[in-house]
Ligand binder design. Structure first.
Ligand code: NAD
Ligand code: MG
Length: 363
């Protein structure tokens, strides 16, 4: 018997959209056609994901005008130049403003295809079909789209909400384990920043999740999407609460930057970054050592790093952290834990606690 898909709604007035979560959705032509009603369909994917899953989409849209663009795999492709062949394909096919773009891939494809949708003929509709755990729980929801510039990540982009997110859990079966772990770092982030009940659930089910148990994965993705949807609804353009989603990211971005992007995966860096935030929160007396250790243990059980590389040093950390987009008037704002399941964005902390955390590289 086929399970009914789960559904989470992102409530944003006329920009509202559903997130549909279930196993085998890519084989459900009826569901795909319902959520992708356009007569011109343009799929953007990459050369790892397309050979696995593009045919399923193509067969669902057999009678409509259908085109696809397939980029080489990798974060390095998330740049303006890679958008041009996508625009070319759409123009050559005479696609109008009524077309619909489908992003079939992880966060790289979702961000780029979303930005293509934001800009093709001043904006067309798009649908996210996320294929990594990270994309299902994070990047496909919320409408941040864009590409990198040689001088900085995500420096060019737009807010453009998708019309639907369709997460087929079956595609996670082919995801490399290292990518699964990296996505799990963002999952744990939601628990630590604002969902204590989910934290307890994860402590009990993390082993099942890492074994890709279908029930556990379905529960996780739905719960994370509910959390993200609530935060995005409250603060669509990140003027306040949405910054909580940066738990572990200020330290993590510094690790990525100091290591050179691509050495540590983003999820691995923010895993270590969340451990640093937990340790600093304990130094401030905000969470107990036992609470800190609970957070760190969960991260460790997901197979993720729990400390920064030893060789970065406080000065390099500060250099990268000074560039953080959350900073105001030269103040370093951090996401820290007032409690497990209760994060806050603040520049109001004892600087000695930060010094000690950076100097010990998170030990
Ligand atoms: P990714 O898109 O590079 O995918 C990771 C790897 O997995 C790639 O090699 C990809 O080809 C492969 N892959 C994808 N799905 C697969 C599958 N089902 N089976 C086998 N292999 C598969 O990386 P990611 O972690 O999904 O996304 C990272 C990107 O997301 C970054 O560019 C980041 O800036 C962005 N991001 C955006 C937001 C947002 O709000 N827009 C949020 C978080 C991250
Ligand atoms: Mg992240």
């Amino acid at each position: 018997m086929k399970d009914e898909p789960r559904r989470v709604d992102v409530a944003l007035g006329e920009r509202s959209y559903p997130i549909i979560i279930g196993r085998g959705l890519l084989d459900d032509g009826e569901l795909l056609r319902e959520h992708i009603p356009a007569h011109e369909v343009m799929v953007v994917s990459n050369d790892t994901v397309a050979p696995l899953y593009l045919d399923r989409l193509a067969s669902a849209f057999g009678t409509r005008r259908f085109a696809s663009a397939c980029l080489p795999d990798g974060e390095g492709e998330k740049r303006l130049e890679s958008m041009l062949p996508v625009f070319d394909t759409m123009l050559v096919n005479g696609f109008s403003r009524d077309c619909r773009i489908i992003a079939l891939g992880g966060g790289v494809i979702g961000d780029l295809a979303g930005f293509v949708a934001a800009t093709y003929q001043r904006g067309v509709d798009f649908v996210q079909v996320p294929t990594t755990l990270l994309a299902m729980v994070d990047s496909s929801v919320g409408g941040k789209t864009g590409v990198n510039h040689p001088r900085g990540k995500n420096m060019i982009g737009a807010f453009h909400q998708p019309r639907a997110v369709i997460a087929d859990l079956a595609v996670l079966d082919t995801l490399p384990v290292r990518e699964l772990r990296a996505g799990m770092a963002e999952v744990i982030k939601y628990a630590l920043l604002g969902d204590h009940g989910f934290l307890e659930w994860l402590e009990a089910h993390i082993d099942a999740a890492m074994a890709r148990d279908p029930e556990a994965m379905a529960f996780i993705i739905e719960r994370c999407c509910r959390n993200k949807a609530a935060i995005v609804t409250a603060d669509e353009r990140e003027s306040g609460q949405r910054a909580l989603l940066n738990l572990g990211h200020t330290f993590g971005h510094a690790i990525e930057g100091a290591r050179g992007y691509g050495d540590w995966l983003h999820g691995e860096a923010i895993a270590a970054g969340m451990c640093m935030a937990a340790r600093m929160s304990t130094r401030l007396g905000w969470i107990s050592p036992a609470q800190r250790d609970r957070a760190i243990d969960l991260i460790r059980r997901a197979g993720l790093p729990v400390r920064a590389p030893d060789d970065i040093g406080a000065a390099r950390f500060r250099e990268f952290m000074a560039r953080d987009k959350k900073n105001r008037h030269g103040e370093l704002r951090l996401v820290l834990l007032r409690d497990l399941g209760d994060a806050t964005v603040t520049a109001d902390y004892d600087p000695d606690a930060l010094d000690a955390t950076l100097e010990s590289a998170g030990h």
